[in-house]
Design a protein around this ligand. Structure first.
Ligand SMILES: Cc1ncc(COP(=O)(O)O)c(C=O)c1O
Length: 387
């Protein structure tokens, strides 16, 4: 008899957002019209100039093995970005280039956690945090956000104990679209410094904020404890370059050294031509980002207008990212059942709240074209009405 497979991986769940997206794409491939509001991916193409970046990279011979931590030219560009956009001072040796923010986060957890260490994760949370923490041997400590979906100060204070090693902050937030206020981040920073915690800030949606909302990275308020801060960011969302798989970690040299050891034995360097494209968009992609931001803001307003007609749901209008996190508990508490029936009956794909640690909710992504949003949200409203 084969030996039993029983390890860390058998104890974690596969990503539900990817599972729903795969199911929706399978239906689409079989010729069914599906309104796919499940995936967190801009529907438009990467900046056109990236084509030239790729040709340039190819001609430069960036088709070979490179340094595990990334091309120094890109790492240098990342330090400039962090200074320009966030007022953060880092050197090249504080930067690790990774396969998307996903690997940046995973390698970070592996670098800082020991068996049984706790990491505070605010719920609702992005699906991969808890599973990555478990894979790295740690334990997620879930703390509910307050009624405005910001990290709750009182609950955070109560959750911090002798095993607490780190905390993860994600603003603008997936799945809620909340952008944390300066005051709340400052209060949290003070508490985290006092307790000597590692603070991981996932800033991947920083450029997708709407109206006059201002984005702050908690790293800006943690300069007194810079050694404990890890900034995660990348090019996936703002530059519509999800498939390039370029992300990064900015952190203390010692932590970057640990990430280097891990990457040098696991993935090695991120695809060389993708790194050149990343360097180019960080340097000259601002106009593209602003155009995308305006498109998303318009779509957010469109969806909000349609959802207002639905009297059976509740939500807080998102200020950032591209998601509505909708309370459907009056209609159905079991979010998986709701999403499954919605897909079967109306061909509208959404992600159940349970995947983000909160039952009775669904996440709708508005990274879709307007005509689909209009038709799909109308179907969603009709479904809720007759449920
Ligand atoms: C909050 C958050 N962090 C990280 C990621 C991963 O980003 P990447 O595609 O760069 O790996 C995502 C992607 O959905 C996300 O929503």
């Amino acid at each position: 008899m084969a030996k039993k497979l029983d390890n860390r991986i058998t104890k974690i769940a596969a990503s539900q957002t990817i599972e729903v997206d795969t199911a929706a794409k399978k239906l689409i491939a079989s010729g069914v019209k599906v309104y796919n509001f499940s995936c967190g991916e801009p529907d438009f193409a990467a900046p056109a100039f990236v084509r030239q970046s790729l040709v340039k990279a190819f001609n430069q011979g960036k088709t070979k093995y490179g340094a595990s931590l990334g091309d120094p030219v890109l790492r240098e560009e990342i330090t400039r970005k962090l200074k320009r956009d966030n007022g953060l001072s880092y050197n090249v040796d504080n930067i690790a280039v990774t396969n998307g923010c996903k690997q940046a986060l995973y390698n970070t957890f592996c670098a800082i956690l020991n068996e049984g260490d706790e990491v505070i994760v605010y719920s609702p949370f992005w699906v991969s945090y808890t599973e990555q923490i478990k894979l790295a041997g740690g334990r997620p400590r879930i703390v509910r956000t307050d009624k405005n979906l910001e990290p709750d100060i009182q609950r955070t204070r109560q959750a911090i104990g002798s095993r607490t090693k780190a905390v993860i902050i994600n603003s603008a937030n997936n799945p809620t679209g909340m952008v944390y206020s300066r005051q709340r981040l400052q209060e949290l920073a003070k508490m985290f410094i006092q307790h000597d915690l590692y603070v991981i800030t996932d800033d991947v949606y920083e450029k997708l904020v709407y109206d006059n909302t201002k984005f702050y990275s908690i790293a800006q308020f943690m300069k007194a404890a810079k050694k404990r801060v890890l900034v995660i960011n990348g090019i996936s969302k703002a530059y519509a370059m999800t498939g390039f798989r370029v992300g990064y970690v900015a952190a203390d040299k010692e932590i970057i050294g640990l990430i280097n050891r891990l990457q040098s034995h696991s993935t090695g360097n991120v695809c060389g031509v993708a790194q050149v494209a990343a360097e180019d968009v960080l340097r000259r992609g601002d106009e593209f980002v602003e155009q995308g931001r305006q498109i998303f803001q318009k779509r957010r307003d469109l969806v909000a207008g349609l959802l207002k007609q639905n009297k059976r749901i509740k939500y807080i209008e998102p200020q950032g990212a591209f998601y509505f996190f909708i309370d459907i508990s009056e209609i159905e508490k079991d979010s998986s059942k709701f999403c499954q029936q919605l897909l079967e009956q109306e061909k509208v794909a959404t992600v159940p709240g349970v995947a983000f640690g909160q039952e009775g909710h669904v996440r709708i992504s508005f990274a879709n074209k307007e005509s689909d949003l209009r038709a799909g949200i109308k179907k969603f409203n009709l479904f809720c009405k007759r449920y």
